[in-house]
Ligand binder design. Structure first.
Ligand SMILES: [Zn+2]
Length: 296
């Protein structure tokens, strides 16, 4: 994955609160909301709210935020994205949102942008307080994507994925897939409390994988707003393989095999390794979100 050295990065799409105390103070969480959110938050895990580290939040008050965050200081151009992991993630957020903004416009809709929050340790969200242990997630209540960058090491060490820059991009694009679903109203379908291989929860997750693939298909032909040229100049077959590999590594069957030594499809929440790969690839192959109907 290669970025245009001369493109400007838009750091306003990322809130970098790494290394700061949690902003926002107390979060209040309604019981119902937690249940709803748990499904969305458990990007990679099929676990309940307690295990997700959700609580009503009793953080110490945050001091005033510093004026410039790490990414604002370091991530200015595509050259920075080619050199630094956090800047690369900023660029992926930019590319993903550029694509969806243009895709919605093409369909005579309007895309509502969603920030990505880089955090470390704990963070308060409109979906409750979360720890890094939950993995990346999308909170529909505040319409933000939350990323602890340390997760990407775990993707390699704990989940056995090959990793690589595009594995990270896949994860980010999957979360933006949930944001698209939130705008289109499909995200709610995951809120029926069901799980299992045929559940709506799984279908929503697989659709987010498909949307990630749709972005990947279009990434190198989506003009960047600063230059009019694509921000991502090159995606190789190896990149796509890294994405497919990451999708498989977080499949419910793989995780269950590792954690409980057996596979129980009736408790799946995200789909099997094969399904996740299949749907990511379906989006990548077609580049068409209309081909992401996982509910059929
Ligand atoms: Zn998800």
């Amino acid at each position: 994955m290669q970025f245009d050295d001369h493109a400007d990065l838009d750091t306003s799409e990322v809130k970098d609160v790494r290394g700061s105390r949690i902003p926002g103070g107390r979060a209040t969480v309604g019981g119902g909301l937690v249940g709803i959110i748990a499904l969305i938050m458990g990007l990679l895990f099929g676990v309940g709210p307690e295990q997700l580290g959700l609580s009503s939040g009793d953080e110490e008050p945050a001091p005033a935020a510093s004026s410039l965050s790490q990414v604002q200081q370091a991530c200015r151009t595509g050259r920075d994205a080619n050199a630094r992991e956090d800047c690369r993630l900023v660029a992926v957020v930019n590319s993903t949102q550029d694509f969806w903004r243009q895709e919605f416009a093409r369909r005579r809709g309007q895309y509502a942008p969603a920030s990505t929050v880089f955090f470390g340790g704990r963070v308060n969200t409109a979906c409750g307080a979360a720890t890094a242990a939950v993995g990346p997630f999308y909170c529909p209540a505040d319409r933000q994507v939350y990323l602890d960058l340390g997760f990407f090491d775990e993707l390699r060490t704990k989940f056995g994925a090959s990793g690589g820059p595009f594995a990270q991009a896949y994860v980010v694009a999957h979360e933006y897939g949930h944001h698209i679903q939130n705008q289109l109203g499909t995200l709610q379908r995951a809120q029926d409390g069901q799980q299992g291989a045929d559940s709506n929860a799984v279908r929503v997750e697989l659709q987010a994988d498909c949307y990630a693939g749709v972005w990947a298909h279009n990434a190198t032909r989506t003009p960047d707003e600063s230059t009019g040229r694509p921000l991502i100049t090159n995606l190789t077959d190896e990149d796509i393989t890294d994405g497919l590999d990451a999708a498989a590594a977080v499949g419910d069957d793989r995780i269950q095999e590792r954690l409980q030594g057996r596979v129980t499809p009736e408790s799946w929440t995200h789909g099997s390794a094969e399904q996740r790969q299949q749907w990511f690839y379906q989006g990548y192959r077609t580049g068409d979100m209309a081909r992401c109907n996982t509910f059929r």
